[in-house]
Each structure stands twice: as structure tokens, then as C-alpha cells.
Design a protein around this ligand. Structure first.
Ligand SMILES: [Zn+2]
Ligand SMILES: [Zn+2]
Length: 236
């Protein structure tokens, strides 16, 4: 309630402006969105092999080391427009608008492909309780809700974060893996639901894949059949 009132006051004095070009109206305007280069997902996201059945699917060799079956990322993280907008995604005045813009980018990416994800359900990487309380929202949840509307797929909270982790960005590949190990569990209400399901987990950035892969491990251990990741950006 207080947040809504606060948002209204803010928008009265500070009309929404595009954080890239300053045009009034949207936080990430359509003209600037159109300048983002979409990633090519036609090869294995692990090793770059073209021997795959679907865009974004991990090849049979990479799959041996992963729990994640595939990954679709909309754009490269080093695109300055993406880097800037993702850095603002955690902050309340931008989050809702940016979730819509990022969903639009992801949908544009999915339109380039044959993979329709028809039988999938959608979920997201959870925050730990303290972070969620501090921030008041989970930006990946906002994004997945927008995607659910656009793709007409159901959205569920499947995972809970049970361990406080360090920010991944300061860690190397091995440390990242260790950092997120046993960080998630399947929420009690979803244990039945995940059985034999094909699930898409949404996150903001894919770097080494440690987080999405750990989420996939936990979901598969609980009985899920296939796990794909969808992210706004991918860092190489
Ligand atoms: Zn703009
Ligand atoms: Zn591969």
C-alpha cells in the first residue's frame, strides 16, 4: 500500500524516462529495445556444437555433465544496453517496467526458434528470505509472470532458497558451484506437481550456469523430467 502511494508520488514528480535515451514514457523504450542484438541460440550453449535437435539444447556430450537440458538467452550480457538495464532490474522504480521489456526481448528470441515449449511449466530462481524481505520482490519472479502471460504457460513457485550465498559475480567457476550447492529445495506444495514435468526456470544472467544447474539438479532429484533455463542475458 505504502509502496503504491510512494510510486505514484515519484511518478508525479519524475515522469518515466528511458534509462538509455531519456525519452519520456518507458524505462527501456521500444526504440532502444530494438537496438539490442539477439543471441544466436542455434548451437549447444555448452560447447558450441551444432549437433543438437533444438535451438539451445545442450549436446549429448555436455548433457553428461549437466542437469540442465537446454538454455535460451535473449541477448549477450556485454551489450551495453543490456548491462545497464539489468543493473537497474533490482530496484523498485524500474523492476516492473523492465520485467515487461525483458519479457518482450525473450519472446522476440523465442520467435526465432522452433522450440515452442508447449508442455512446459514456468518457474524462477528464488531469493533467500532475508534478501526477499529487504528488497520486497524477486525480479526473476516479475519476469516469469510477464513471460507466463505472453506464452500462455502456467507459473509456479517450485523452489525455495535455504542457504545464504555470496554474490556469484566475485567468484570463479569452481567457487560458484560450491557457493550454490544445496542452496535450493523444492517447496512442500510443489513436490507432487514437479513429477514428470518439463520445467523452464527463469533467471536474469547465465554465466557459468552454476545456479541454474543446481536448481535443475534439485528439481530432477524430486522427479522432474526436463529442465530448461531461460535468461535475459548470457555472459561469455
Ligand atoms: Zn530509449
Ligand atoms: Zn555441447
Amino acid at each position: 500500500m505504502y509502496q503504491k502511494f510512494f510510486d505514484k508520488i515519484v511518478s508525479l514528480f519524475f515522469p518515466r524516462r528511458c534509462v538509455i535515451c531519456s525519452k519520456e514514457g518507458e524505462i527501456f523504450c521500444k526504440d532502444c529495445l530494438a537496438l539490442v542484438t539477439l543471441l544466436d541460440n542455434s548451437c549447444c550453449p555448452g560447447c558450441g556444437s551444432y549437433k543438437i535437435n533444438l535451438p539451445g539444447e545442450f549436446c549429448s556430450i555436455c548433457k553428461k555433465e549437466l542437469h540442465l537440458d537446454g538454455l535460451i538467452s535473449a541477448a549477450p550480457y556485454n551489450d551495453p544496453l543490456i548491462k545497464k538495464t539489468i543493473s537497474l532490474f533490482k530496484y523498485p522504480p524500474f523492476a516492473k517496467d523492465l520485467a515487461k521489456s525483458f519479457a518482450f526481448l525473450i519472446i522476440s528470441q523465442l520467435r526465432l526458434q522452433n522450440n515452442k515449449f508447449g508442455e512446459f511449466i514456468l518457474s524462477y530462481i528464488p531469493l533467500d528470505r532475508a534478501s526477499l524481505r529487504r528488497r520486497g520482490f524477486n525480479q526473476s519472479k516479475l519476469l516469469v509472470q510477464e513471460l507466463g502471460k505472453e506464452l500462455n504457460l502456467p507459473v509456479y513457485t517450485l523452489l525455495e532458497k535455504i542457504k545464504k550465498t555470496k554474490p556469484q559475480k566475485n567468484l570463479n567457476k569452481e567457487e560458484r558451484k560450491e557457493n550454490v550447492q544445496n542452496a535450493f529445495c523444492v517447496v512442500e506444495d510443489a513436490k507432487e506437481l514437479v513429477q514428470n514435468k518439463k520445467i523452464i526456470i527463469v533467471d536474469d544472467v547465465y554465466t557459468t550456469g552454476a545456479t541454474l544447474n543446481e536448481a535443475a539438479r534439485v528439481l530432477k532429484q524430486a522427479g522432474a523430467k526436463k529442465i530448461w533455463g531461460i535468461t535475459i542475458a548470457r555472459e561469455f
